[in-house]
Design a protein around this ligand. Structure first.
Ligand code: FRU
Length: 320
């Protein structure tokens, strides 16, 4: 009987000390994802050759600095689609917690984004779209609306008619396609005539070359609508070299303070439509996702138009 009592006492003591031990241990056990103290974000930027993209990375960095638990690994694809595909693959194998991609082109980058998404990695697509819906969230401004507003603004500026050159962004990208179709919608039923159009692939030197051809062919050009401000600036330089910059109105898109807004202030461009980078919003959205909050799959950013009359007052928001 004594032996049995001793055994019961030993077993009871073991059970209690065991439990107590387990409770204190649980504090040191591996943390659940929701309580992770370090999050790694892989950011694949399609190129850093233009001020707008440098600004996007700076906006991402600034927002991320407010969260010490975030580490952002930046990669620059140098305007090379294959390089950008490889970067996403590298992020997948490194097992990052989240990928932000600002893709060079839609179709060729769709499959690799889908692979990451299907492997359970959260993917935020920023500014240019991929095709389909195999990503977590898209953040960007409404390029159709920007194009349409630019079209309407131009119709008004030219009094309903005039000869216009359209310098397009890379047409395998969704902003290029939408800024074109939106613009055509904005000028429909007007007397605006598109006398020359070319794909300058978002690049200032290309825009300058294309504008040289347009100037050589057309003695009268009333206005240049370029899908971004570097394009408008390239066209301006070509017109200036031909001594015709005073006869032509230049309109572009991006509206960075140090670029489009500055050109408007200098009187070199008549209007620049804002295209926000979304870098800060991407980090805010990533934080919400890490905290387990639900987010919208589509986040649309607002845009302003900057003209000589309103630029000092901070521009004017595009109407709905
Ligand atoms: C920079 C850029 C911007 C433009 C955006 C469109 O690469 O060309 O000027 O607004 O990309 O995706």
């Amino acid at each position: 009987m004594k032996k049995l009592l001793l055994l019961v006492l030993i077993v009871t003591a073991l059970v209690f000390t065991g439990c107590a031990k387990k409770e204190t241990q649980s504090v040191n056990e591996p943390q659940t994802p929701a309580a992770k103290s370090k999050w790694v974000i892989g950011m694949s930027q399609c190129n850093l050759g233009e001020p707008w993209r440098v600004q996007m990375n700076a906006d991402v960095r600034l927002a991320a600095e407010k969260h010490p638990e975030l580490q952002v690994v930046f990669k620059d694809a140098q305007n090379d689609t294959l390089k950008q595909q490889a970067q996403v693959e590298e992020f997948i194998s490194a097992g990052v917690d989240l990928i932000i991609i600002s893709p060079k082109e839609a179709a060729p980058l769709t499959p690799v984004v889908a692979v990451a998404f299907e492997k359970g990695i959260t993917v935020i697509v920023l500014d240019r779209r991929v095709l389909g819906d195999k990503y977590t969230c898209f953040i960007g401004a409404d390029n159709k609306k920007i194009g349409k507003s630019a079209g309407k603004w131009i119709v008004e500026k030219l009094g309903g008619k005039g000869k216009v050159v359209e310098l397009k962004g890379l047409m395998t990208t969704t902003p290029g396609q939408d800024r074109h179709s939106g613009f055509r919608d904005g000028i429909k039923d007007s007397g605006i005539e598109i006398i020359f159009e070319a794909d300058m692939k978002w690049l200032e030197p290309n825009a300058r070359k294309e504008m040289e051809s347009a100037l050589a062919r057309f003695p009268q050009i009333d206005l240049v609508y370029a899908h971004n401000d570097p394009g408008a600036h390239g066209a301006y330089l070509a017109a200036q070299a031909a001594g015709r910059e005073k006869d032509i109105i230049f309109v572009g898109i991006d509206g960075l303070p140090q670029e489009g807004q500055a050109y408007v202030k200098q009187g070199l461009m008549s209007a620049s439509f804002e295209y926000p980078t979304g870098g800060g919003e991407a980090i805010e959205t990533a934080m919400k996702l890490f905290n387990g909050d639900t987010i919208d799959k589509e986040i649309t950013l607002k845009s302003r138009v900057f003209t000589k009359d309103n630029v000092d007052a901070g521009g004017e928001w595009l109407s709905e």
